[in-house]
Design a protein around this ligand. Structure first.
Ligand code: KG4
Ligand code: ZN
Length: 342
């Protein structure tokens, strides 16, 4: 008698259409992600209306692909899970409505998943760790969020800090625009910064007081803008910069953002007296952040569970993984459950 639990997960909270089949919260049978980067690149940011239309065109294809790669029949699934918050409302609506429809037709339970909690769970999954690695602090850094959580169990994550303005990924994307780099900006800055000096320019670090676990990245974004275009914004763009200057700006900006992310995470571990730090979200793919986190966690004897690069950006394996814990706890959603942007 096989009593393992197979869950189909769906993720459409922003601009990735993703589906995955996961057994018992950790064995990933398939994980399919269709990126929309090429649709949004010319706007240098995600256009909500374009994102939801693309999800609508792709969702059935991506779910079908996840099922066939997993070599799994729909009737063998135990539940259908999808992200219903936070995210772009039109995007969430497509994935969650698809999940409801599958759940209703197949007569399987529906599970609603919080996208940011799924990112934190993705860090556990990537490291073959489970709930025994908890309690932990979770740092989730993406294009839409920069949050610190106290994770007591996979289903019990208390928010202890968040950005008061821009998310870290948003700052990477905007600074990349100022430097004339391609979209999405995070990976482009990551690459360029490798040729630059992180100490060349002392950009501001915003701490918001010694006790605060909140973040703010709008100040540094503006500081980079003035640095590049002059105090009176007299220069039209960044074309007057040498390659060396451009690399130094990228490296110095990245160093400032990373220092705040790393030190606040370590401080949160100390304040909550936990020995484990989970890190996920798109910006967690950043190589300088990964290096600094590894070094500081080693110094502080904190166990670092970093999501793999492919688990960092949006995917549905983390959704189906976390859903297993809700399944075991019997926490199912009603078909009338709504999506919420925050
Ligand atoms: O988690 P994610 O795929 O989507 C959201 O939920 O927002 O994160 C996307 C964000 C973008 O802002 C992108 O520029 C950033 O993650 N990003 C990076 C890197 N790779 C992706 N930022 C810095 N360095 C990277 N290597
Ligand atoms: Zn995300």
């Amino acid at each position: 008698m096989n009593d393992s639990v197979a869950i189909l997960g769906i993720e459409t909270s922003c601009d990735e259409t993703a589906a995955a089949v996961v057994i018992d919260g950790r064995q990933v049978l398939s994980s399919v992600v269709a990126s929309q980067d090429e649709l949004h690149a010319k706007f240098r940011g995600v256009v909500p209306e374009i994102a939801s239309r693309a999800h609508l065109e792709r969702i059935n294809i991506i779910v079908g692909e996840a099922m066939s790669r997993a070599e799994f029949d729909f009737d063998r699934l135990d539940a259908i899970a999808a992200v219903n918050t936070p995210g772009l409302i039109g995007s969430l609506l497509i994935g969650f409505t698809a999940a409801k429809t599958f759940a209703w037709i197949l007569e399987k339970p529906l599970i609603d998943i919080n996208h940011i909690h799924a990112h934190a769970y993705g860090a556990l999954m990537s490291n073959d760790a489970d709930e025994r690695a908890l309690p932990a602090v979770g740092l989730i850094v993406s294009g839409g969020h920069t949050s610190l959580f106290h994770c007591q169990t996979p289903l019990d994550m208390d928010l202890i800090g968040k950005t008061r303005d821009d998310a870290a990924g948003e700052a990477f994307d905007k600074v990349a625009t100022v430097l004339g780099l391609p979209y999405p900006g995070g990976p482009a800055i990551d690459r360029l910064a490798r040729q630059g000096d992180p100490e060349a320019i002392k950009f501001p670090r915003t701490w918001l007081g010694p006790e605060s676990f909140d973040f703010s990245f709008s100040g540094i974004k503006t500081a980079v803008l003035y640095h590049v275009r002059g105090a009176k914004l007299t220069k039209p763009d960044s074309s007057h910069l040498s390659d060396r200057q451009r690399a130094d700006i990228a490296a110095s900006f990245q160093a400032a953002v990373v220092e705040v992310l790393v030190e606040k995470s370590i401080r949160a571990c100390r304040a909550r007296q936990v020995q484990t730090l989970l890190v996920g979200g798109g910006v967690a793919a950043n190589s300088y952040l990964r290096d600094r986190l590894s070094a500081r966690c080693r110094d502080e004897a904190i166990r670092l569970l970093l999501a793999d690069r492919k688990m960092c950006t949006d995917n549905a394996a983390m959704v189906a993984g976390l859903a297993w814990h809700k399944y075991k706890a019997g926490r199912f959603a009603d078909l009338s459950e709504a999506v919420r942007s925050t």
